[in-house]
Ligand binder design. Structure first.
Ligand code: SAM
Length: 330
């Protein structure tokens, strides 16, 4: 078991399998991004070894993310190989976060490899806005991807980043749509991660305000559900659906943090909002046995900080950390 200095058990790892993405969401990336040279990436075999070391150390849940995980070449072979840990019971859950653009192609196979739930990022149901937010995204393709996920019997959770003046008039519509489709919905506050082209101050919308506003039109019942993660859930009585709020800005949820993140170059970040990292690539490549790798993981966990402190306002309009969410893994 991995226990950090604040007595938190680390049972969840998010692995960014690529920093590349086929979208350029305005709050996430600049349009003109420089990505890592492909030769710096861990191979899929190395990613498997890394994930397996975490499973040996007590991790019960792995989420592949990015960048867009499904644009990494041959990514299905990683899902396939990791599925052995589901069959052996070493892992409880293997899942992914995706923008949905490739799900038409992969949803069936994902189910076949034991994936049961998928988080799909969708900030709007309005085609023109979707194209404006994602810059490069194709709305019909994502909608077809979501349909394919349902068809493949994957449970879908929609992630929607709340953006002032962009999609804040659409929460009711999204709640109704998710309710009708049987999807959970999670609203997320925009976080100051990496340089983007615009100014985040303009877009930041505290979810405390959103919740108060929603409570005028919907009956929200607090749910005790804790997925070990940062979301706090309510049931929307009118639709029967679940709505989560992820509030890294207005409410710090670090006391129950059970996770670490690993980049596609093998850096482990013990906190999304802090700079400290542990190099896992060197010990991974230094030996075919996993002892040094596991030792490096344990040393990193031993430095996991208590939490982060994000601020977005006019005096702090620079990113809290330089790396984009697509690097650390969202
Ligand atoms: N490409 C996949 C996707 O679109 O879901 C996975 C990676 S993406 C970086 C993961 C999640 O991070 C998405 O839901 C995205 O909306 C969110 N995200 C990106 N930048 C963010 C930011 N600055 N603040 C809050 N959420 C952000």
């Amino acid at each position: 078991m991995m226990i950090d200095p604040f007595e938190r058990a680390i049972t969840y790892v998010r692995v960014s399998v690529t920093d590349r993405c086929d979208f350029r969401c305005v709050y996430c990336m600049a349009e003109n991004m420089t990505f890592l040279p492909k030769k710096e990436l861990l191979s899929l075999e190395e990613l498997d070894r890394l994930c397996t070391a975490f499973v040996d150390l007590g991790v019960r849940k792995i989420r592949l993310t990015g960048g867009e995980p499904l644009v990494r070449r041959n990514i299905m072979s990683l899902f396939e190989s990791l599925s052995r840990h589901l069959r052996s019971g070493g892992l409880e859950e293997l899942t992914l976060t995706t923008n949905g653009s490739q799900l038409e192609r992969y949803a069936e196979a994902l189910f076949g490899y034991g994936v049961r739930r998928v988080n799909i990022s969708l900030d709007t149901l309005d085609r023109a806005k979707f194209e404006a937010i994602t810059r490069w995204g194709k709305y019909d393709k994502v909608m077809a991807g979501i349909a394919a996920a349902t068809q493949a019997r994957l449970d879908v959770k929609i992630n929607m980043v709340a953006l002032k003046g962009v999609n804040d008039a659409e929460f009711d519509r999204m709640i109704a749509w998710c309710g009708a489709e049987g999807f959970d919905l999670t609203l997320i506050e925009t976080m100051p991660l990496g340089d983007i082209d615009g100014d985040r101050t303009e877009q930041y919308l505290p979810l405390s305000l959103v919740r108060a506003h929603l409570a005028r039109s919907w009956t929200l019942t607090d749910l005790p559900d804790r997925t070990g993660g940062p979301a706090r859930y309510v049931r929307i009585e009118e639709t029967g659906g679940r709505l989560g709020f992820i509030t890294p800005m207005t409410h710090n949820f670090c006391e129950s943090c059970n996770r670490v993140r690993v980049t596609c170059t093998g850096k482990m970040y013990m906190c999304l909002g802090q700079e400290d990292e542990a190099d896992l690539c060197t010990p991974l490549r230094a030996s075919e046995a996993d002892e040094r790798l596991k030792q490096a993981i344990m040393e990193g966990i031993g430095r996991k900080p208590k939490g982060h402190d994000f601020v977005i306002d006019r005096r702090h309009n620079r990113p809290a950390v330089k790396r984009h969410m697509s690097v650390t893994g969202g």
